[in-house]
Design a protein around this ligand. Structure first.
Ligand code: SAM
Length: 414
């Protein structure tokens, strides 16, 4: 097995870099060196065993990339020469297929398609020279994926070890209109500092992403245990070591350390979430129910953590009581968004959820004003292209009556 240090780059959503660096350190221990949060990801130096371990255990990264070359460029010909100098034949063979994925920031080149074509030609030509034949391109199900990243001045070439992006855990076959990526749900859980000992509840759970991620954590289930990875097709792959690592992960599963709950006003969604939980191996570790977040009482006597991405009013409107007030439909599509919903939700929490901490992911900068609550933390996070914040609200025990209707109810500046 190749144990010499490899330069790895683990891309993640903006805002998640610090959490990912902590996760990498936890997963790899001493086997990773120079773990650094960079822009849009984490860099580190580690061996092949860490590559397998990170793919299997990371909840936060989108993929695990091996950096093979970085050098300055100015033209397409420079890209060709850079790609032709990489020993691709160490990673895959001429009978396998490959694909080029190219991203760029401020590249001076006119056509990124042409740039990708030049890299493809360089890889093919190198194989012809070194091995006498060349691998085919397959854009759908390639054996090997080559990632090219261009900045204004430099090109970086990577071989991907993940294959399908890591947010595809393999359990979410059923989803609604606005599902959260599993990696972002995991980032919300990590940012909240949930310790997997106190109860966790998502009252707008949709297809169950947050609750299922949390239940897997509570049960010690590795996020990648249901899927396959790109590295299994690469030449350095060692099946016996990989089988042992998977076995170790299987043996680490345990009974849940904390209760996890989810509910949604849409019974169809609860049904989806239940089926997803089953596939994820946590059907017994998460309790899923139908019900309006404006009416549901705490699922446990012991206060815990609420974690949710509620209906934004863009793809999904608030349903239940708030929806009915606006037109009597389960998912009313009316002007004015979900404003009333949030005021009512805050009032319900103040009254019934004393002692709980609520973490809400929202693109709405005015959400605290609408809820008449002052957030105690505000963490920037991107939900795909949507700029959001994860807001923490502390439902202080005993403060509900004092606050209701009083001046102390309003967020400063509201
Ligand atoms: C943005 S989606 C949540 C997506 C979820 N995190 C997932 O990954 O599938 C918002 C969810 O809130 C639900 N919802 C809308 N109004 C609600 C209400 N009054 N009470 C509870 N859930 C509600 C919708 O049915 C939808 O599933």
């Amino acid at each position: 097995m190749n144990t010499s240090p490899l330069s790895l780059f683990l891309p993640c959503a903006a805002g998640v870099e610090g959490l990912l660096a902590d996760e990498v350190a936890r997963i790899c221990g001493d086997s990773a060196q120079q773990v650094r949060a960079a822009r849009g990801g984490v860099t580190l130096s580690a061996g092949w065993p860490a590559v397998m371990r990170l793919n299997l255990h990371s909840r936060l990264t989108q993929r695990v990339l091996l950096q093979l070359m970085v050098r300055p460029y100015r033209s397409e010909q420079d890209l060709y020469e850079a790609a032709a100098a990489v020993r691709w034949e160490d990673w895959f063979g001429p009978r396998q297929s490959f694909k080029i994925e190219l991203t760029a920031q401020h590249s001076p080149l006119k056509s990124l398609n042409f740039a990708a074509l030049k890299v493809k030609d360089a890889v093919a030509d190198r194989f012809r020279e070194q091995r006498g034949s060349r691998p085919d391109v397959d854009t759908q199900r390639p054996d090997a994926r080559i990632f090219v990243h261009l900045t204004a001045e430099s090109v970086t070439l990577y071989i991907d070890t993940s294959g399908e992006p890591l947010f595809k855990r393999g359990w979410r076959a059923d989803k609604g209109d606005a599902p959260l990526k599993e990696t972002l749900a995991a980032a919300m859980i990590a940012a909240s500092g949930w310790d997997a000992r106190t109860p966790l509840y998502d009252p707008c759970c949709g297809s169950g992403t947050i609750a299922i991620e949390a239940a897997q954590i509570a049960c010690g289930i590795a996020p990648g245990s249901l899927r396959r990875f790109g590295f299994e097709q690469l030449l350095p792959h060692q099946a016996a070591e990989w089988a042992a690592l998977k076995q170790e992960a299987l043996a680490a599963r345990h009974a849940p350390t904390a209760p996890v709950f989810g509910s949604d006003v849409s019974h169809r969604m609860v049904d989806f979430a239940q089926r997803n939980a089953q596939r994820a191996g946590v059907a017994d570790a998460v309790q899923l129910r139908g019900g309006d977040a404006l009416q549901r009482m705490p699922p446990t006597e012991v206060p815990g953590v609420m974690l949710l991405n509620p209906p934004y009013g863009e793809r999904i409107e608030a349903g239940g009581v708030a929806g009915a007030q606006r037109g009597g439909r389960e998912q009313a599509q009316v002007e004015g968004g979900s404003g009333d919903f949030f005021a009512q939700l805050a009032a319900h929490w103040k009254k019934h959820y004393a002692g709980w901490t609520a973490w809400v992911l929202s693109p709405d900068a005015k959400l605290p004003t609408r809820m008449r609550l002052k957030e105690s933390r505000r963490i920037p996070m991107w939900n795909g292209p949507i700029e959001c914040r994860l807001l923490r609200f502390d439902m202080v025990a005993g403060s509900a009556r004092r606050r209701e209707g009083g001046a102390g109810d309003a967020a400063p500046g509201a």
